[in-house]
Design a protein around this ligand. Structure first.
Ligand code: NAI
Length: 342
């Protein structure tokens, strides 16, 4: 079923190691920001995927060593190194899936929006290069604030005349991964079985786990709903504080982004049953961008699972209304940044 799919994807990620597997490696992936805290473990996980033929790793520094290191793993993907703006175009030529974790992470006391000034410009310039070199690629954006960087990317692609809304994704998979983990722990369920849709955006109260739609069906007390919702919304901050200045989530993020990239490739490969939550251009609410579950296919986003917004509990409905002004402001901030002269 649709809900077991996640489990299958996760299981696949756990087992995709052996070289010489039946499946032909076919897809070309670029990671932009590959030498960073997320970029390195993410590149390792992508290197383990049997669906990848070429893995282009790009960063402004320190990527050569990462590539030398990864290239010794005997999995099919061929890893290539690209350093600095002069090599960006070559890193993107012919690429099917672009993953963007470039940018600065949070430190204790910072919100994701505090990263805007630096990361907005980084995402703008990287997406310009994507538009010029692989306009048909699926573009998956990790760099925060995702609520704003995805609208920025959309504006850049529009200005270049190559915007395809079904190919642009803000990666919110980590919110789903966290929700699944926390619910399974709380309710003593097998981790692999649990699936919680998370909608809205990717910051604070804009992250809205729909606990009432958890599969398998689970009953929560109002106190549990409040506790779990708040924990899922603040889980990133939990990691930022534990790392005490050394950055934000990198390993769990790498895991989540690798799952999302793998889902993109499975969809491109013709798997008819690939579902993930993602922050995309959307009509399910009055906001132009919104995260919901989406069905992925050969052409990218094939359908939004809008049914998740029907039959919300009163708690979820209130939380949905409460998140809209913040999400709207973040979207508008991104759009206006993108349309200012650099
Ligand atoms: P990091 O600082 O460890 O790594 C960032 C990398 O980006 C560095 O290697 C840096 O050289 C590179 N970089 C900077 N400017 C670049 C440019 N113009 N082109 C290419 N590469 C460039 O940071 P970390 O921990 O890897 O986080 C990266 C981003 O991911 C942050 O914005 C963080 O907020 C975000 N993030 C998103 C999450 C999500 O759920 N979507 C979860 C966790 C982090």
């Amino acid at each position: 079923s649709l809900f077991q799919r996640h489990a299958v994807v996760v299981r696949d990620l756990e087992t995709v190691v052996a070289p010489g597997q039946a499946r032909a490696a076919a897809y070309k992936v670029a990671v932009l920001g590959a030498a960073g805290g997320i970029g390195q473990p993410l590149s390792l996980l992508i290197k383990m995927s049997p669906l990848v033929s070429d893995l282009n790793l790009y960063d402004i520094a320190n990527v050569k060593g990462v590539v030398a290191d990864l290239s010794h793993c005997n999995t099919p993907a061929k890893v290539c190194t690209f350093t600095g703006a002069d090599e960006l175009a070559a890193a993107l030529k012919g690429v099917d899936v672009v993953v963007i974790p470039a940018g600065v992470p949070r430190k204790p006391g910072m919100t994701r929006d505090d990263l805007f000034n630096i990361n907005a410009g980084i995402v703008r310039s990287l997406v310009e290069a994507v538009a010029d070199n692989c306009p048909n690629a699926m573009i998956t954006i990790i760099s925060n604030p995702v609520n704003s960087t995805v609208p920025i990317a959309a504006e850049v692609l529009k200005a270049k005349g190559v915007y395809d809304p079904s190919k642009l994704f803000g990666v919110t998979t980590l919110d789903v991964v966290r929700a699944n983990t926390f619910v399974a722990e709380k309710k003593n369920l097998r981790l692999i079985d649990v699936d919680v849709p998370v909608i809205g955006g990717h910051a604070g109260i804009t992250i809205l786990p729909l606990l009432s739609k958890t599969r398998p069906t689970v009953e929560f007390t109002p106190e549990e709903v409040e506790e779990l919702t708040v924990r899922i919304q603040n889980a990133g901050t939990e990691v930022v504080e534990a790392k005490a200045g050394a950055g934000s989530a990198t390993l769990s993020m790498a895991y989540a982004a690798a799952r999302f990239a793998e889902s993109c490739m499975r969809a491109l490969d013709g798997d008819p049953d690939v579902y993930e939550c993602a922050y995309v251009q959307s009509e399910v609410t009055e906001l132009p961008f919104f995260a919901t579950r989406v069905k992925l296919g050969k052409k990218g986003l094939e359908a939004v699972v809008s049914g998740d917004l029907a039959g919300l509990t009163e708690y979820e409905q209130k939380a949905l209304e409460a998140l809209k002004p913040e999400l709207k402001a973040s979207i508008e901030k991104g759009i206006s940044f993108a349309n200012k002269q650099p």
